[in-house]
Design a binder for this molecule. Structure first.
Ligand code: SAH
Length: 253
């Protein structure tokens, strides 16, 4: 009888295991998951944490875009943060990157990237390069990324990290994002990762028709807006509440 119960339990376990969804998060499953983080670039522990981040923080919420999930699975987030923060790089929270700025929580990066509905042939503008992580995620799924950072030291450091990781389709400039980057406009998508009080008109002007802008708007109370530019004007959708650092610089409004 005991034997029968044990074999029924074992069969149930096997069926459950077989039914567990395998997704992008499981594609490169070769890690023991037991080692401490190593200083080598592709440390197995970081790979495991990144797969867990994609599975538990993104797929288990509402991130469904396969290209976004694959990009988040690929970009080594720990290499964008200071070595002292690396063990927390894949946790469900924003992290400090110096100069009173932060890298967004992984879910927010994925949410904004998914909302922008980027195609492989797209040209994308990012405002607020920070450490360059969001730019790298965009670089994985768009053809070309232009990113503007107002703090020169952060722009320089992001350029270095992106070069070390061989992102050749990302250009970073030091400047005030309120002006946009008119030389390369129009953009198929614009992602803003610092919060202005209102959507900057210059950025709307530099968006292509049918293009999308994903932008946190507000001061204390902020929400992510998804703006679509149409032939006749713009359509704005207010989405989730967020807390971003303020967009500084010279607003023209
Ligand atoms: N996307 C970044 C995180 C951004 S934090 C990442 O992946 O790390 C917001 C960034 O916006 C900060 O680095 C801040 O310096 C920058 N910022 C704030 N106001 C800006 C402006 N007017 N133009 C360009 N960058 C700005």
């Amino acid at each position: 009888m005991n034997l029968l119960l044990a074999s029924i339990a074992l069969s149930c376990c096997l069926i459950l295991l077989m039914c567990t969804p395998t997704y992008a998060a499981e594609v490169h499953s070769n890690s023991s998951g037991l080692s401490r983080p190593s200083s080598n670039q592709g440390g197995e522990q970081f790979d495991l944490w990144r797969r867990q981040m994609v599975k538990y923080q993104l797929i288990n919420r509402d991130i469904k875009d396969r290209r976004v999930l694959e990009a988040m699975l690929k970009v080594p987030r720990h290499q964008f943060v200071d070595p002292s923060w690396r063990d927390l790089a894949y946790s469900d929270r924003p992290l400090e990157i110096g100069y009173n700025q932060t890298i967004s929580q992984p879910y927010i990066v994925a949410y904004m990237t998914q909302a922008a509905q980027i195609s492989p042939s797209d040209k994308v503008l990012e405002i607020g390069t920070g450490c360059g992580y969001q730019a790298a995620v965009l670089g994985e799924i768009a053809k070309q990324v232009y990113s503007i950072e107002i703090i020169p030291q952060l722009a320089q450091k992001a350029r270095l990290t992106l070069r070390q990781l061989s992102y050749e389709n990302i250009e970073v400039k030091t400047g005030d994002g309120y002006q946009g980057w008119v030389e390369h406009a129009p953009y198929d998508a614009i992602i803003v990762t610092a919060a202005p009080k209102q959507i900057p008109q210059n950025l709307i002007d530099q968006l292509a028709i049918n293009g999308k802008m994903v932008i946190p708007v507000g001061t204390w109370h902020q929400e992510i807006y998804v703006l679509t530019k149409t032939q006749d004007g713009t359509v704005k959708e207010r989405t989730i509440p967020v807390r971003f650092v303020p967009m500084i610089g010279k607003s023209r409004q």
